[in-house]
Design a protein around this ligand. Sequence first.
Ligand code: UDP
Length: 214
Amino acid sequence: MLGLAKRTGARIFQASTSEVYGDPEVHPQPESYWGKVNPVGPRSCYDEGKRCAETLFFDYRRQHNLNIKVARIFNTYGPRMHPNDGRVVSNFIVQALKGEPITLYGDGTQTRSFCYVDDLIEGFVRLMRMPGDFTGPVNLGNPGEFTMIELAERVKDLTGSQSELTYEPLPTDDPKQRQPDIQLANAAMGWEPTVGLIEGLEHTIAYFEQLLAR
Ligand code: UDP
C-alpha cells in the first residue's frame, strides 16, 4: 500500500491504535510516550504489528516524502459493531439485552476511554484535510475514562436489564488503564469528542435492539 501511494502520489492513512502504548506507565498517554509492550505475549502480534506499520509509514515519509497521516485510535464503539466481535461494549450490550450474565474479565477495575464512532470519523476527516507537514501520530479518542464495572452498570441502567455481573479470568497482558491525551488533536485540528458515554450507549443500544429483534 505504501508503494502504491508512492507511485500514485496519494495521501495514505494508517489506522494505528492505542495498543502501541501497551500496558502504559504514563497516564494519560501522549503521542510522545513510547509505550510498554510485551514483544512475545498473545497480544504482541497486534501491538507490534501496528508499531511496525507506523515505522514503515515514517520510513516512507523519510525516504520518499510520502504524505502520511497516522491516527492512534483508542477504544471506539457505536452502531454497526458486530454482535460477536468480542469487544466489551458490544458484549455487554448484547448480554444485557438477552438477559445473560455480563462477563467482567478480571476484577473489572481496569479502565478504558470510549469514543463514539461519529466523533472518531470526524477526527479522520480533519486529519486527512491537514497540510502535508502534519503526519501525526495523533491520538483520537474520548478522554472520559471508566472502569469496566462502571460500563457494565451504565449498560444495565440504560437497557433496564436484570443481568447479573459475572467474573472471568483477565486475558494475559490486558492493559490496566488507558486514556488518550488529545491535546495535539485539539490544538492542531480543533478536534475533540462531542458525544458522551451515555448518549453514545443509547444510540448503540438502540442499534442492537433492532438487530436482535430481526
Ligand atoms: N472485557 C470484559 N468483558 C468482556 C470483554 C472485554 O471485561 O466481555 C474487558 C477486557 O478485558 C478489557 C476491556 O474490557 O479490559 C476492553 O476490552 P476490548 O476487547 O473491548 O478492548 P481492548 O482490550 O482492546 O482495549
